[in-house]
Write a protein that binds this ligand. Structure first.
Ligand code: SAJ
Length: 476
């Protein structure tokens, strides 16, 4: 343990002035909650005055939230902390020199989903600015989702290079991964337990001092920086794995002619002391920017943070990567179901009209990042079908026309493919929908278990559903 850092921190005293770099859906609520705590005197939100997002500076300094969508309590909180003079947004990164602690909440998207390599460009800019302006005794915390080994590796190297200081001696360095979901940002920060991992004991302790005051129900869980990076990426990897297990079971049930939802209920009924079966839901695929990426962060961690050779069965692919491939297969499976159903009506995908219901990657949301619907749309279009897309929440998506007029989207549709479990779709009336298609034997492919197969079969649809082996070959 470095005595030098310990004494520098003791001399500096408790954390009073905090900075948050990156005024996005992670940084804004984090900054507002730090500013709202009586433990801290002042918070600076750092936002580059760029053409695309410089507008946020004035909005935030007027106490307005630049985030779209409902965020309960956020605008009131921003107004309160701005009026109290406890929070301000600035493009002047040199003011980092005034701070006791600076948190980096900068997005780490993947450059190209194909190469599965993260784009740390914006994060590196933020780290360089922190290194350039920080003083001895500053605490630097990375909140972004990063490959295990990044905090103690790349981030430490850049900070030391820019500052001339030594991490763990002159400044504290930690990782405290965000666990927020849009729509409940403040609640998540206050109520989820917070993983806090320093590159050494004094750094961990200093980071605990930063996050403890903003937690209400949540508790701080201290560990090392690399353990924190693995925790964050693994908690999403495990969710993706659980979903893949449900998807594989659904495919097995289809092959065996049974209903996966009966099996799911059966498995779920096994309860009792120490017994857990966290069986999730099969579906048309896994989208979003968390589960589609974090597995690959974890896998890269073996290279970046590896201390000794990995001992793993020869010629066996990672379970986690296999899960990714199973989940990424589901839109293709939806296409196979579409082909099989059309075949039963003497049609082929080529020349058919396909209505896709649901472009968002998640139910009742307008978030369409990495949506599985796009994979399916590309396949059916390449197979020669005409595609129209409906989504009540996604109003626009680059290069894709999305309608909110369900009747016009399903008109003349040979296929209705349901990709999102939006509330509206649970209320679809079989007779009405068939009439709207104007097709004698339309096909419906249910990717989210939103409709009752018998209603649609009786109304004259050819039905296919993920996991519904009991109905997928029904009599016509
Ligand atoms: N999905 C399934 N079956 C399921 C659950 C989800 O197919 O049983 C699909 C969804 O349709 C969607 C994708 O997986 O396409 C992701 O859904 P998600 O509910 O995991 O939502 P995300 O991607 O927003 O995950 C976030 C994560 N939160 C953070 O990273 C802070 C994740 O850790 C949370 O567990 C998840 O929200 C949550 O539980 O809400």
């Amino acid at each position: 343990m470095s005595g030098k850092l310990q004494s520098i921190l003791e001399e500096r005293g408790p954390i009073k002035k905090i900075g948050v770099i990156g005024m996005g859906y992670v940084g804004i609520p984090a900054a507002a909650l730090f500013a709202d705590s009586p433990k801290f005197d002042h918070v600076l939100g750092f936002q580059r005055n760029s053409p695309t997002s410089g507008y946020k500076i004035d909005m935030l300094n007027n106490g307005e939230s630049p985030l779209k969508g409902e965020e309960p309590g956020l605008e009131d909180l921003l107004g309160r902390v701005v009026n109290a003079g406890k929070f301000e947004c600035t493009p002047d990164f040199s003011r980092i020199s005034e701070l006791d602690a600076v948190a980096l909440a900068i997005q780490t998207p993947f450059k190209d989903p194909k190469d599965l390599l993260p784009d740390f460009g914006a994060l590196i800019d933020g780290i360089r600015n922190a290194g350039k302006y920080m003083k001895p005794g500053t605490l630097v915390v990375l909140e972004s989702t990063i490959t295990p080994g990044t905090t103690a590796g790349m981030a430490k190297e850049i900070l030391e290079e820019e500052s001339g200081f030594v991490a763990g001696e002159d400044f504290a360095l930690a990782h405290a991964p965000e666990r927020v979901m849009v729509g409940r940002l403040l609640k998540n920060i206050q109520e989820h337990d917070r993983i806090v991992g320093g590159i050494d004991e004094p750094s961990t302790k200093r980071a605990v001092e930063l996050y403890e005051p903003v937690l209400t129900k949540g508790k701080v869980i201290p560990m090392t920086a690399t353990a924190a990076e693995v925790t964050k990426t693994a908690e999403n990897t495990f969710r993706d794995l659980q979903i893949a297990a449900a998807n594989q079971l659904a495919l097995y049930c289809e092959a065996m002619g049974i209903n996966v939802y009966d099996v799911r209920a059966g498995i779920d009924s096994l309860k009792g002391e120490g017994i857990t079966r966290a069986i999730l839901w099969p579906g048309a695929g896994v989208g979003g920017h968390c589960l589609t990426k974090d597995t690959y962060h974890l896998e890269r961690g073996i290279q970046i943070a590896g201390q000794q050779p990995l001992d793993f069965p020869q010629d066996v692919r990672s379970l986690y990567v296999t899960a990714r491939h199973v989940n990424d297969f589901m839109p293709t499976h939806m296409y196979h179901l579409t082909e099989q159903a059309l075949d039963r009506t003497g049609k082929s995908v080529k020349g058919s009209k396909v209505a896709i219901l649901g472009w968002a990657f998640i139910n009742d949301s307008d978030d369409a990042r990495n949506t599985p619907s796009e994979i399916y749309r590309d396949i059916v279009m390449n197979a020669g079908s005409k595609v129209e897309i409906h989504d009540p929440h996604v109003l626009n998506y680059p290069g894709v026309e999305i309608s909110q007029d369900l009747e016009s989207v399903v008109k003349d549709a040979d296929v209705v493919a349901i990709f999102a479990g939006h509330k509206q779709y649970f209320g679809l009336d079989a007779e009405k929908l068939k009439e709207l298609t104007g097709i004698d034997k339309p096909v419906v492919v249910d990717g989210r278990n939103v409709i009752d197969p018998d209603n649609f079969i009786e109304a004259g649809f050819v039905y296919k559903g993920i996991g519904r082996g009991d109905k997928n070959n029904h009599l016509m």
